[in-house]
Design a protein around this ligand. Structure first.
Ligand code: SF4
Length: 409
């Protein structure tokens, strides 16, 4: 077995009690069935009625059987005053649920090989992943830098899975190339995903088909108009979704509330304080030009690293015919858009370029509370909030990718 991981994963070390957040702060912590049974019997000084702290799922499965209720401040009910997990402290790490044991690692197991990435919902993982332009270089078994990787073995896998492997290698090559705009790289990736089934039936023609997409989409201007009006509409819609659904008041978790407050601040700064949309659009255009473009230009790796980390984090879906890979990809674009709107709000209010630290903190916050935008279906696949989909539908009914990219780019 070969283990592949981006360079930053090998540098990761948990901050422990120095972590500004702790793993479980504001997160939905799923508990598997086996751990759920074990937790029914644990006894921890100072924590009463432990079985009641576990909330059984509506459609429980062995992997997602229950979740831990969070305290009002967003902390896990098992987190001690010393900032440490009281279950781990008393019973050891073998007693932890799969989620707690592995976080922030995402171990993506293929039949023969394995890919390990980290979730940027961990602040230290986000810092390592997003602050260095070389963070996403792939290493084999921690030591050997690779330009290509084999997630699946050509001999034993289906043509679809092998095509998925080639697509993942191509998106890695594209997003690592500073000379290619990451927006164009995302378009090429999406084209390959859309055509994956056809390509897998003509597997030997992969290079030719890729060349066609590359030559057609590598250098063209994807967004040929100023999209400030779409950004303003997007933010206004997200703000309305929270207000209409009273999410603001029903949110029982301090951390999620922090994200909602950031979105509200951004809305008031970029939309609410203007008496008409034209003025808001005009302000956003100026802010984008004056501050955000400059910041992005100086830190051209940030979105390339972000998207690559996201895509590698669901690489198993690219090799699986029945997966929701495209949907996951569009959710990543959505999360990047939310982060960008919050940062634009900060630029406008504080009349300054964002810093790399702002960018990392906001991405971390958005990822950590992403459950406010999505929900799980009965198979625990993530789905967009229906009102967000309705908004995207108004931009391009036929393509969720086009809609999300047109707002983000
Ligand atoms: S969030 Fe990351 S750095 Fe913080 S305690 Fe968890 S793993 Fe460690």
């Amino acid at each position: 077995m070969v283990n592949y991981s981006p360079q930053y994963v090998n540098k990761f070390s948990c901050l422990g009690s120095k972590c500004p957040e702790t793993c479980c702060h504001g997160m939905m912590i799923d508990i598997d069935k086996e751990t759920h049974s074990k937790y029914q019997k644990v006894k921890i000084e100072g924590i009463k009625n432990i079985p009641n702290l576990l909330q059984k799922k509506d459609n429980p499965t062995d992997k997602h059987f229950s979740s831990i209720k969070l305290k009002k401040d967003g902390h896990c009910s098992f987190l001690g005053n010393d900032g440490l997990c009281s279950i781990q402290k008393k019973y050891g790490e073998n007693y932890l649920s799969h989620t707690c044991y592995t976080f922030p690692r995402k171990n993506i197991n293929f039949k023969e090989n394995k890919l390990v990435t980290l979730s940027v919902a961990c602040p230290e993982a986000a810092r390592l992943c997003l602050s260095n332009k070389n963070s996403m270089e792939i290493y084999e078994d921690k030591f050997y830098k690779k330009k290509k990787f084999n997630l699946v073995s050509e001999k034993i896998e289906t043509p679809f899975a092998n095509t998925g492997n080639l697509i993942t290698n191509k998106v890695y090559e594209l997003l690592q190339n500073e000379k290619i705009s990451y927006i164009n790289s995302l378009v090429i990736f999406n084209k390959l995903l859309e055509e994956q089934l056809n390509i897998s039936q003509n597997y030997e023609q992969f290079d030719e088909i890729y060349k066609f997409f590359f030559e057609n989409f590598c250098e063209i201007n994807i967004i040929t108009f100023d999209n400030s009006n779409l950004k303003i509409l997007f933010l206004a819609n997200i703000f309305n979704i929270f207000n209409q659904n009273n999410l603001k008041h029903t949110s029982n978790n301090f951390y999620t509330q922090k994200l909602i407050n950031l979105i509200e601040d951004s809305y008031h700064e970029l939309v609410g304080r203007f008496d008409n949309d034209d003025k808001a659009i005009d302000n956003l255009k100026k802010i984008n030009q004056k501050y955000f473009f400059k910041f992005e230009h100086k830190n051209s790796h940030i979105y390339r690293n972000f998207f690559l980390n996201e895509i590698l984090g669901y690489a198993h879906l690219v090799t699986n015919k029945n997966s929701s890979i495209k949907y996951n990809f569009y959710m990543s674009i959505f999360l990047a858009t939310i982060s960008k709107m919050i940062l634009l709000g900060i630029c406008s209010k504080e009349k300054r370029e964002p810093t790399l630290e702002d960018f990392i903190n906001i991405i971390n916050r958005v990822e950590r509370s992403n459950q406010i935008f999505f929900h799980h279906d009965k198979n625990f696949e993530m789905l967009f909030n229906i009102n967000i989909l309705k908004f995207y539908d108004k931009i391009d009914k036929k393509s969720l990718f086009n809609s999300s990219l047109l707002v983000f780019g």
